[in-house]
Design a protein around this ligand. Structure first.
Ligand code: SF4
Ligand code: ZN
Length: 725
């Protein structure tokens, strides 16, 4: 880092710390020291401050020592010719800047104007952190670009954004150049902004970039298992695991330099499009921290190179961009050129296993009109994917079929919802104008199937039918196949299969966690069922899913088996001795952090509550989901609490040792509705067909006292069961 940059960073840091002090003082005068301070729906307080110092800022008065720390960190303000700053002082100034910026943003939540306004999203809550952060862990997103300022024009902004999306990066935007921000340029050009498209506009001012670092800090705490206050751990996790960089567009102000110095501590370099005076570094640099004067068509490539990100080159040539970054697009009715399925035309998709001799590898056939021949914006469609391979197995059909959803969604300008014969595909006008055809769907499916499933798929052939009569005729065949598969799954019970499967995918961030996936107990993330685990084991033996055999029965009701105990002990590296599959009260399954639902005992009601991740309100344990998540996660056994997949609630084996489904006394309405069909079926089997109406929800109350009279009035079965504790 050059001396000029260091001096500028220190000046900027002083200005931002002064601003933070002023804003805090104003808030103190207006609201008093005990006024609550928080970012919405997070268990991480003000995350940068919490992560780096361990301080839980909850009220205005808690910020006083933080601002004091800023002052301590700040080196003397540089004076011309007298001061020779070096990297260390500039980095301290950078960290002071981050605390100051987080304070300034927090004061916006306290005093207004609220950071969430117009296109600006403000701080991401913990639901988003979970959903999106996991992509940083499993590699779906290699990292993020923090874009500061604005491109020279909207077209350049769009080109740059596409290039970054194509590399699956998230793009976090804040900080303006002369009244304009990159995100505004994208919005102006008609781009969809939001977490789903990975184009995340945080705010107009440079301070709002703190949300990028807040996100990175929370990733280290939640996925990296770093303890709050272990600042070296937080910074190391980010330097090694999160590929992020700052792109500075337009004139770089002192405040930007100060923020860049903060980002450097996280290992995130800055790449600028303007010339920055180059004076030889006086500090020790392991790689280039600041790269300047890079032309716009090279800047993304340069950033990727400087940060050392390895991005696989796209293997396909298609008229639109593609990749997981486009999965979350939303295509509104008005932007739709053609809709396939979704009650407007018959549509289905089917993956069929065939003999090797029956499949012509790489053949893509379209029978009937292509997308541009759609009448009145509708098109019937049958997508039939025939696969063959020496190691292919019928059980893989649904696993491969479910991936069609991802592959088609990868195309920019195309969305795919649901599956089987209830799917809906939309193609927007832009994609159509670019020349997108069903052939490209086929090429995408072919390339992905061959690369992702090369161990079992030797040949793939794809047929699209778009004549309504033909689609209807073939749909019968597809429905027979779906029904046969469903019957197979329904007939499977824990007692009729030989083996269960482990899942240790989440050990990347919860090192001792292991899920046991059984036919009647889906993985707690809700996305790995027994078939998936079995297929994954065959697709990649020795991977995260390996078979477990029960061995000697220790207790059938609790679901305790010698073989499982042994496996769990090994996989948890000796931290667990025993595991009961069907109890949450005694040696329950551990939770990594991905659970869809948390179960928790409510002793006053002799029952259990189930709360889903989306429910942000209070629950009768006196804790919100996010608080309980902090207690339950991390791969420990927490008797009385357990994270589960939501469909486990409808299983016959649902906490059978603790009284089963009838123990549930409270759940949010949203969860009730989501699972209604399955819950009603189970309740009828248990002889209480109106059971759902006897479960309290947030309308009845959010404390044990509030719901007890309701449970009594309804004669809730849990009240007369054996004591749960
Ligand atoms: Fe596997 Fe469990 Fe993680 Fe889901 S939550 S990915 S089942 S370890
Ligand atoms: Zn997990």
């Amino acid at each position: 880092m050059s001396r000029i940059i260091s001096s500028a960073a220190i000046r900027g840091a002083h200005r931002l710390v002064r601003k933070a002090e002023e804003k805090w003082r104003q808030a103190m005068d207006a609201k008093g020291p005990s006024e609550p301070v928080e970012f919405p729906n997070t268990g991480y307080y003000l995350p940068v401050i919490y992560g780096l110092t361990g301080r839980k800022v909850q009220r205005l008065s808690d910020l006083e020592p933080v601002l004091g720390l800023c002052r301590e960190l700040l080196p003397e303000e540089p004076k011309e010719h007298l001061w020779t700053p070096y990297l260390g002082t500039a980095l301290d100034a950078g960290v002071a800047t981050l605390f100051a910026e987080e304070t300034i943003e927090a004061m916006r939540y306290v005093m207004g104007p609220n950071p969430v306004e117009g296109i600006w999203l403000g701080a991401a809550d913990d639901v988003i952190l979970r959903e999106r952060g996991i992509e940083f862990v499993d590699g779906r997103a290699p990292g993020f670009a923090a874009v500061v300022g604005a491109a020279p024009d909207a077209a350049t902004a769009v080109r740059m954004a596409k290039e970054m999306q194509q590399k699956n990066l998230y793009i976090f935007m804040a900080g303006q150049t002369r009244g304009m921000q990159f995100a505004q340029q994208l919005a102006e050009a008609g781009e969809d902004l939001g977490w789903n498209t990975r184009l995340v506009p945080y705010g107009m001012e440079i301070e709002a970039q703190i949300y990028s670092l807040g996100f990175a800090t929370r990733a280290a705490l939640s996925f990296g298992g770093v303890a709050p206050g272990d600042y070296q751990g937080v910074l190391r996790y980010n330097k090694n695991r999160i590929f992020a960089f700052v792109i500075a567009l337009g004139e770089v102000t002192d405040e930007w330099y100060a923020t860049a110095a903060g980002a450097i501590s996280y290992g995130f370099p800055t790449i600028a499009d303007t010339p920055i005076p180059q004076i030889l570094p006086t500090g020790v640099c392991t790689y280039e921290h600041v790269v300047s004067d890079v032309p716009h068509d090279k800047i993304v490539a340069k950033a990727v190179e400087v940060r050392g990100l390895k991005v696989a080159a796209p293997k396909l040539k298609l008229p639109v961009a593609f990749g997981p970054a486009f999965e979350g697009e939303i295509i509104r009715r008005a932007d739709t050129f053609v809709q396939i399925g979704g009650n407007e035309s018959p549509a289905f998709e089917l993956v069929r296993m065939r003999e090797l001799s029956e499949v012509e590898d790489g053949k893509i056939e379209i029978i009937g009109p292509d997308l541009d021949g759609a009448a009145a914006g509708k098109l019937p469609l049958a997508t039939i994917v025939d696969v063959a391979g020496r190691k292919m197995n019928e059980d893989f059909e649904p696993v491969l079929e479910r991936r069609l959803h991802d592959f088609i969604n990868y195309l920019e300008g195309v969305t795919h919802n649901a599956q089987r014969d209830i799917l809906r595909i939309r193609v927007n006008h832009k994609a159509r104008a670019a020349g997108l055809s069903l052939r490209h769907f086929g090429e995408m499916i072919y390339a992905e199937m061959k690369s992702e499933y090369q161990s079992v798929v030797d040949k793939v052939q794809i047929t699209f039918l778009t004549e309504e009569a033909a689609v209807l005729a073939r749909r019968e065949e597809a429905r027979r196949a779906y029904a046969a598969r469903d019957a197979r799954i329904a007939s499977l019970t824990d007692d009729t299969v030989e083996e269960f499967y482990t899942c240790t995918l989440c050990q990347s961030f919860a090192p001792n966690h292991v899920c046991i996936v059984a036919p009647e107990r889906i993985g707690l993330c809700g996305s790995v069922n027994w078939f998936d685990a079995k297929a994954a084991n065959q697709l990649k033996p020795g991977g995260a899913n390996v078979p477990v055999y029960r061995g000697e029965v220790i207790d059938a009701l609790r679901g305790e088996y010698a073989g499982i105990n042994e496996m769990v002990k090994t996989n948890s590296h000796g931290t667990l001795e025993a595991l009961n599959l069907y109890s949450m009260m005694e040696n329950p399954m551990t939770s990594c952090g991905c659970f869809e639902v948390i179960l928790a005992v409510v002793p006053e009601g002799n029952g259990v509550l189930a709360v889903n991740r989306e429910h942000t309100g209070m629950t009768p344990t006196g804790m919100k989901f996010s608080t309980m998540a902090g207690m339950v996660g991390g791969g420990m056994q927490t008797p009385g609490f357990m994270g589960v997949g939501k469909h486990y609630l409808t299983s016959k084996k649902f906490i059978q040792a603790d009284g089963g489904l009838l123990r549930i006394i409270w759940m949010p309405k949203q969860l009730k509705e989501l699972l209604r069909e399955g819950l009603e079926r189970r309740a009828a089997e248990l002889g209480v067909p109106d059971f759902l109406d006897r479960i309290a929800d947030e309308d009845v109350g959010a404390t044990a006292e509030e719901i007890l009279p309701f449970l009594e009035e309804k004669g809730h079965p849990a009240l007369t069961m054996d004591p749960i504790m």
